[in-house]
Design a protein around this ligand. Sequence first.
Ligand SMILES: Cc1cc2nc3c(=O)[nH]c(=O)nc-3n(C[C@H](O)[C@H](O)[C@H](O)COP(=O)(O)O)c2cc1C
Length: 320
Amino acid sequence: MKTKLTELLKIEYPVMLAGMGGVSYSAVTAAVSNAGGYGCLGASTMTSEQLASEIAATRSLTSKPFGVDLLTAFPNDLLRNVELLIEGGATTFVAGLGVPRQVIDLCHQHHVLVISMCGKVEHARRALDAGCDVVVAQGTEAGGHTGTVATFPLVPLIVDALDGAIPVVAAGGIFDGRGLAASLALGADGVWVGTRFIATPEARAVPGFKEGILESREDGTVISRAYTGKTMRVLRNEKTDLYEATPSLLKPFPDQLGVSLSDGTFHLGGDANTPGVDPEREGYPAGQAVGAISTLIPAGDIVRGMVAEAEQIIATLAKS
Ligand SMILES: Cc1cc2nc3c(=O)[nH]c(=O)nc-3n(C[C@H](O)[C@H](O)[C@H](O)COP(=O)(O)O)c2cc1C
């Protein structure tokens, strides 16, 4: 399955692991790359030291290309972390929030591609103008920080606006080969998948997170400012209900993040052994795909299964 994205990233299949903070660590990143997709470390919850060691761990698990996602909303460590990902051998830098103008030239000097997450056509135009190499068109269905426009309209709108200048990758609500085939039909060059990959043995997750995804139905998520102050799609629970009922309690970003860290409801960078996680109050970022996820599946099987199913759909459509 060749697309402009597979050519550019030098990968077999146009399936990317979303760089999810707290989840996309070395094990799942390497598993996706080893299966022929593109693994991406989610470094927003990592210190610079952790980032360096996760890059090294990824390289020890795979010789295939992989990337690093950083939240550009925290500009203090941005330059240092971009230097680390360049030194460590990542082949892309994914900017999680905003266009990272200050480091694009540096990345390009070192043959590292720059990918920008976009929730609106205007974001994608800005990313192209600034020199980004790929955009991810992320619809509101997505887990984590998200906008208001759904994947189905957003992807073709961005594809048309960029007119083939750079590859467009679809994100938000994609969990199987049907989503991959539909994304290609909408004009995307690949998919960027988050929530489906949380429910894998390789993903890192705090207690209750994977269980919550397996148990939730498609309406079990809500867009809430309760955890960071920015709109984030998470599993609905008592804390999201509280802030939905009483929005006057909310503080702006990033102060609300400080509230969540001090009241013990957002264990950024925690793992399966983190103590004190209460599922009724914890921030578990997840998308509407939760309704379709009922078992843990190895990450490599997800990649191969998506591609096989999409190929079959495309072949069937071509015959009819
Ligand atoms: C647990 C979780 C953490 C996330 N963290 C980040 C992040 O740090 N940076 C980023 O660019 N996107 C982040 N996202 C958004 C994903 O990159 C991706 O766009 C989204 O998961 C795609 O939609 P899906 O969850 O429906 O597959 C996160 C999503 C989840 C579910």
